[in-house]
Design a binder for this molecule. Structure first.
Ligand SMILES: Cc1ncc(COP(=O)(O)O)c(C=O)c1O
Length: 394
């Protein structure tokens, strides 16, 4: 007899086998711990700037409640092109921009437009787990390059070797910098060396630069400046303007390619939401430097926590952007990353994320999101110190 159980087995098997985000599941689990300091999710602790919120409110009042243009309202495509061009020395026309439902949909639309089952996509790891999910759901295979031996930067020679080895089956490389989860970024000389390799192959570079405005020190250089024909540039307002809940991202690329990506976007979501698009116009114009102010604050917090963890004996990647610290589980604890994170949450009331959410090289690593108040970070560092002492005494 047909029942829900039978029907469940008719759902695609690879989806049935896929686990929901372990990172979110752990975050939800530890939320119940009294007094927990959660340094788990990649969520800015700033509120959306007031002038942007007002633009959203005005939009609703003006009855911008109907379908907007599928590729985005013209004002937003123009504002996004202006923002990217001014900040990162690019030359996009508004027609070369698509407005998406967060950078997440930008990843779907760009990979969805390029990849067929059986293709391969190069992913330097550690990397944000969503890439792996999308690649696999599209029937493609991720080819990992572990960046850890190269100071968490993609090594151009290793990239060349992987491209040569895998030949025509490689459709794209996904490159995220500043990086989630390492907090490292790629500076111009290394990025140029990577672009020089990519130029020799007909491979797309999907440059996820959503943390571009949250770069510390020298300002961000975009891969799109160095490799315009092959790059699909992803960005958005989620991280730069503390607008994660508004769900606005953008894809920029050469017109003929963008025209194809547009079809995938339109078939998936029709469009992003109109009031959110109006608010994003404000973010990319009057609010174009809002993110730089937040970056200064994140940098202070990142430097504080980096030093505090180094002083406690942790092996930590020095942060250059975004709001993450990537650390090794101390070997003397003799436990894997999942046990470390669970015990730290229940015994010290500090929650961090297991590194395996970011690919297989994340074994024995964990990520801290430091988009929390300095007071919370100080208390978290204190608790971790006390906890380690307790563990040493065991
Ligand atoms: C590297 C990276 N890209 C994209 C996103 C998603 O951005 P959005 O919230 O705009 O979908 C995230 C969110 O954590 C991220 O870390």
């Amino acid at each position: 007899m047909t029942n829900v159980e039978t029907m469940l087995h008719r759902v695609r098997p690879d989806l049935l086998a896929m686990k929901p985000s372990a990172l979110r599941a752990f975050d939800e689990e530890v939320s119940a711990i009294p007094g927990i300091i959660k340094l788990t999710l990649g969520e800015p602790d700033f509120n959306t700037p007031e002038h942007i919120k007002q633009a959203g409110i005005r939009s609703i009042e003006q009855n911008h409640t109907h379908y907007p243009q599928a590729a985005g309202i013209p004002a937003l495509r123009e504002a996004a092109a202006g923002f990217l061009n001014e900040k990162y020395r690019l030359h996009y026309t508004p027609e070369e921009i698509i407005v998406t439902v967060g950078a997440t949909e930008a990843i779907w639309a760009s990979l969805g437009a390029l990849i067929q089952p059986g293709d391969k996509v190069i992913v330097p790891i550690p990397a944000w787990g969503l890439y792996m999910n999308v690649i696999e759901l599209l029937g493609a295979t991720p080819v990992f390059i572990n960046t850890e031996p190269d100071g968490y930067e993609l090594n151009p020679e290793k990239l060349r070797a992987v491209l040569d080895e895998n030949g025509d089956s490689v459709r794209a490389l996904v490159l995220n910098f500043p990086n989630n989860p390492t907090g490292k970024t790629l500076r111009r000389p290394k990025l140029q060396a990577i672009a020089d390799v990519l130029k020799d192959y007909p491979v797309f570079a999907i440059a996820d630069e959503v943390y571009s405005e949250l770069t510390f020190g020298e300002s961000h250089v975009s891969l799109a400046e160095l490799l315009p024909e092959q790059t699909l540039l992803l960005n958005g307002v989620s991280k730069s303007h503390a607008m994660t809940g508004w769900r606005i991202g953008v894809i920029a690329g050469a017109q003929p390619i963008i025209d194809q990506v547009f079809k995938f976007h339109q078939a998936s979501v029709t469009s992003a939401a109109y009031p959110m698009e109006d608010a994003a116009v404000e973010a990319f114009t009057a609010g174009k430097d809002d993110g730089r102010e937040m970056a200064q604050d994140y940098e202070k917090r990142g430097r504080f926590l980096y030093q505090a963890l180094v002083d406690l004996g942790f092996d930590v990647v020095e942060p250059e952007g975004a709001f993450y610290l990537y650390c090794k589980v101390p070997a003397w604890l003799n436990e894997d990353e999942a046990t470390f994170c669970r015990r730290l949450a229940y015994e010290a009331q500090v929650a961090v994320s297991a590194g395996t959410a970011f690919g297989p090289s994340g074994k024995n690593h964990f990520r801290i999101s430091y988009a929390s108040s300095l007071a919370d970070l100080k208390e978290a560092a204190r608790r971790i110190g006390v906890y380690l002492e307790k563990r040493r005494a065991e």
